[in-house]
Write a protein that binds this ligand. Structure first.
Ligand SMILES: C[S@@+](CC[C@H](N)C(=O)[O-])C[C@H]1O[C@@H](n2cnc3c(N)ncnc32)[C@H](O)[C@@H]1O
Length: 297
């Protein structure tokens, strides 16, 4: 089968070959994609397994949900919700899968579309919600949180040094109110007082806001705890993370389930994470990507 439509902007699936090499999909296997996005990984995996009917694609974003509808013609189920809710529903329904993938974070089309408000490079409204039907926006946070709440957020989720986070939080309060990403990015740039750096001075604060708004770390932690219930014996789960906070959760969860002695449920197939920077040199999104894969015993 060939799926011909293209996503609005190309999202190149990260670490695709490494996933195929470690997960080793085979004909007839079922697939659960917890972050299906624009179906880049899904299309490649389906081209090997051919099993659309027993497979499920999940994403919380309404635009990707609409895009993924085309897979329904082959019998694939599409769920628009956060992946913890989706995993819980699938467990209650008694579903199991040979392959599970979570490619965390945001997609290129989400970042590139200024109106989604994820980017300090493309000016847009301060939104940053993956699911725009619910929850607080970036504007709610930067206009309403106290200085200490902002400082803690920037330290915890942005991993900025405390002194830098304090300067940024103070400057954010002084510059209120904000409506656009460029206004916020300019204030952060002045306050961060960084010389020439590889990354934009607003990168870490924007990361912190995105994690808070989408409850990203709780989502990842809870989803990881549910994976073994969804995997068939011999089934493989692959997780791609994009910053150290996420990767730590994946590493800890996998090793906890390996170190359970006789009750060990998983075997880790990637002794060290596979790095996008080594494998996917042509794909800028892959620069910070880390892939870990485990197999259910
Ligand atoms: C990096 S993209 C995935 C791209 C996809 N693998 C592809 O090849 O097209 C991440 C996607 O996961 C979705 N997402 C992130 N966190 C989620 C969560 N907790 N629950 C459901 N979807 C989530 C985002 O909306 C986004 O579309």
């Amino acid at each position: 089968m060939s799926i011909k439509e293209h996503p609005p902007r190309v999202h190149e699936p990260v670490l695709l070959q490494s996933i195929l090499d470690t997960v080793k999909p085979s004909q007839g296997e079922s697939y659960l994609d917890l972050t299906a996005g624009y179906g880049g990984h899904a299309k490649s995996i389906f081209s090997i397994t051919g099993n659309y009917r027993d497979s499920v694609l999940v994403d919380r974003d309404a635009n990707t949900y609409r895009y993924l509808q085309k897979f329904t013609q082959y019998g694939t189920e599409i769920i628009q919700s956060d992946f913890v809710t989706a995993c819980t529903q699938l467990i209650e329904a008694g579903r199991h899968f040979n392959i599970i993938l979570a490619d965390l974070g945001v997609s290129s089309p989400q970042l590139d579309r200024a109106e989604r408000g994820f980017s300090f490079m493309n000016d847009g409204p301060l939104d940053m919600r993956m699911d725009q039907s619910t929850g607080k926006t970036a504007a709610d946070i930067v206009n309403c949180y106290s200085q200490i709440e902002l400082e803690q957020l920037i330290v915890r989720y942005g991993e900025e040094p405390r002194a830098v986070a304090r300067r940024i939080a103070r400057a954010i309060l002084e510059g209120r109110p904000y409506a656009r990403t460029s206004e916020l990015a300019n204030v952060i740039k002045q306050a961060a007082r960084r010389g020439r750096t590889k990354i934009h001075p607003a990168t870490r604060t924007f990361q912190a806001l995105r994690i808070e708004i989408n409850d990203e770390l709780h989502q990842v932690e809870e989803m990881l705890a549910l994976l073994t219930e969804l995997l068939l014996p011999g089934g493989r789960a692959a997780v791609i993370s994009f910053h150290s906070l996420e990767d730590r959760l994946v590493k800890t969860s996998f090793s906890e389930q390996v170190e359970n002695g006789y009750e060990a449920e998983l075997e880790v197939l990637t002794k060290k994470p596979i790095l996008g920077a080594d494998q996917d040199v042509h794909n800028p999104r892959a620069r910070s990507a880390k892939l870990r894969v485990a197999r259910k015993k």
